[in-house]
Design a protein around this ligand. Structure first.
Ligand SMILES: Nc1ncnc2c1ncn2[C@@H]1O[C@H](COP(=O)(O)OP(=O)(O)OP(=O)(O)O)[C@@H](O)[C@H]1O
Ligand SMILES: [Mg+2]
Length: 505
């Protein structure tokens, strides 16, 4: 563990730019010791987590940090064309070394690019780079040699099945198609290598010539044989996949609609229309689902994906040609980190909860931590972090830090009934720091000073508080602002009335 900047030393600092910020993303989470410990455990042992608690206490932050503690993904997932039954493409899982060596061979199959001047003269001439008359070089798109002004169309007639008979006609036909480049796309020749004759192919590649030797040609042929597949989960990917408010298709994958789906040879083949869902993209990583209860019945699929570690991909639109396509056994071995607030707990599917607690941990987030020197050090780190992350506001002076600690104490007491605590509703604290920073920036101040914090605190009051100040009560403000007829038309009229009475009077 990296050392904290001790609170005892706070007065020796000039401002928060001198505060040590740890590089480990989990060490940047303030408070929530138990959650941090469980996250480390979950990363090591591949366990699921359910984080319950109010907004802005670090649930997303912990899920993300957990993913960064996992080893990098080691497999790639592809779907392969199934010639027997195109509507049942097959999933293929490739290990890292196979994927990497394929990338390498793809690079070598690309051959070597050379300057037309370095190619054998007869080759560059056949490809349309070299003038047959003067030997000058120019792009194949130039039909007249810029050096000698002769037509470069004097090309290899032997390749023309009609020989000289139609040669002239072809040339005049080509001359009225100015875009057509001179010469051939590729030339195949042979050369001697280590006493053996081997095939070499020269191809046009813009203003260069591509040389493919025997080895690259073999590689290319090999790749063509394996080309009817699509990577749906690449090896190089983010191990953190967030599925907040995701639709069923985003979560579980889909087979895209093809307007020509029913017509052989017209449409895109089914395997090319398969897309992975979040459950598949999170393979070997973390699937983070915020407000999991909002998924409703879709939670069942998450449960089944967790149990099987495989989930089929099908088209989700019954009207679409994709609906008849299915890829079985697509891997989805993820760590689930689910989050929700306390009220929604009962809306989590109970088998899903028992799955999480059976193969992981459930945890209630803290809303406050005891106010002591160790925790004040953490607050100091938090303030420095938020400022660094924002990037547009100056650092805070030490008196401002102390002001923020005081505000943290006040909020812990007023919001969560914890006296002698510091609030851990840190998103709100972050907002306050930014608002104070904006005030400092407005003044052109090099530091956030206590006066900026004070102004921000005044600004940070909720609109309800502001209305109460101005009109005496929230309901009075409401009646001032809304005419009687408007009130009754508002679809929220009854509800607002009720909530207003309960909460604000
Ligand atoms: N425990 C914490 N330590 C450090 N920073 C925090 C912590 N909690 C919240 N923050 C700050 O607040 C921001 C929002 O936190 P986060 O998104 O993790 O909250 P959350 O619990 O996921 O909230 P929600 O329920 O609204 O999704 C973070 O990006 C970070 O800047
Ligand atoms: Mg969140």
């Amino acid at each position: 563990m990296e050392p904290l900047t001790a609170w005892e030393a706070v007065d020796t600092l000039n401002d928060t730019s001198e505060v040590h910020i740890p590089s480990d993303p989990l060490a940047r989470v303030i408070g929530q010791e138990e959650a941090i410990e469980l996250a480390r455990l979950a990363a090591r042992q591949r366990r699921h987590l359910l984080l319950v608690g109010p907004p802005g206490t670090g649930k997303s932050m912990i899920a993300q940090a957990l993913a960064l503690h996992l080893p990098a993904p080691r497999h790639e997932v592809r779907v392969v064309h199934n010639p027997e039954n195109p509507e049942r493409p097959m999933a293929e899982v490739l290990a890292e070394d196979v994927v990497l060596s394929e990338t390498e061979s793809r690079a070598s199959a690309a051959g070597e690019l050379i300057d037309p001047a370095d190619a054998p003269a007869n080759v560059s001439q056949k490809l349309g780079y070299r003038c047959g008359q003067c030997g000058g070089l120019s792009a194949p798109s130039e039909r007249t040699c810029p050096q000698c002004n002769n037509s470069k169309l004097e090309i290899d007639r032997s390749n023309n099945p009609f020989g000289d008979l139609l040669g002239g006609m072809l040339e005049s036909a080509m001359s009225v198609m100015p875009q057509t480049p001179v010469g051939k796309e590729k030339v195949t020749t042979t050369r001697m290598r280590r006493g053996k004759e081997e095939v070499v192919v020269f191809e046009r590649a813009g203003d260069r010539i591509r040389v493919l030797d025997q080895k690259s040609l073999e590689k290319r042929r090999e790749l063509e044989m394996t080309s009817n597949r699509k990577v749906i989960v690449p090896l190089k990917r983010n191990p953190f996949v967030m599925a907040t408010g995701a639709s069923e298709t985003e979560l579980l994958g889909d087979v895209r609609h093809d307007p020509y789906g029913g017509h052989q040879g017209l449409g895109t083949p089914p395997y090319e229309r398969v897309v992975a869902g979040a459950v598949h993209e999170a393979h070997e990583g973390v699937l983070f689902i915020d407000e999991i209860s909002h998924l409703g019945q879709t939670q069942r699929y998450i449960l089944s994906a967790m149990q099987e570690k495989y989930f089929p991909i099908t088209g989700h639109n019954p009207q679409s040609a994709g609906a008849s396509v299915r890829v079985d056994s697509v891997p989805c071995d993820f760590i689930l980190v689910a989050a929700c607030n306390i009220q929604d707990l009962e809306n989590i599917l109970s088998p899903l909860r028992s799955r999480i607690s059976g193969g992981g941990y459930e945890l209630l987030m803290d809303t406050a931590m005891p106010d002591n020197d160790a925790n004040r050090s953490k607050y100091l780190q938090f303030i420095a972090q938020e400022i660094q992350m924002d990037g547009r506001i100056p650092h805070a002076g030490i008196d401002t830090v102390k002001g923020l600690v005081k505000e943290g104490r006040r909020r812990a007491r007023d919001w969560d009934d914890h006296s002698n605590h510091l609030t851990l509703r840190l998103r709100e604290m972050g907002g306050l720091i930014r608002a104070a920073g904006d005030q400092a920036a407005k003044d052109g101040s090099g530091l956030i000073e206590p006066e900026h914090l004070e102004r921000a605190l005044r600004r940070a009051r909720s609109v309800e508080d502001q209305i109460r100040d101005r009109y005496g009560s929230y309901m009075k403000g409401l009646s001032k602002d809304v005419s009687e007829s408007q009130k009754e038309k508002s679809p929220y009229y009854m509800q607002n009335q009720h909530i207003g009475d309960q909460m604000f009077n």
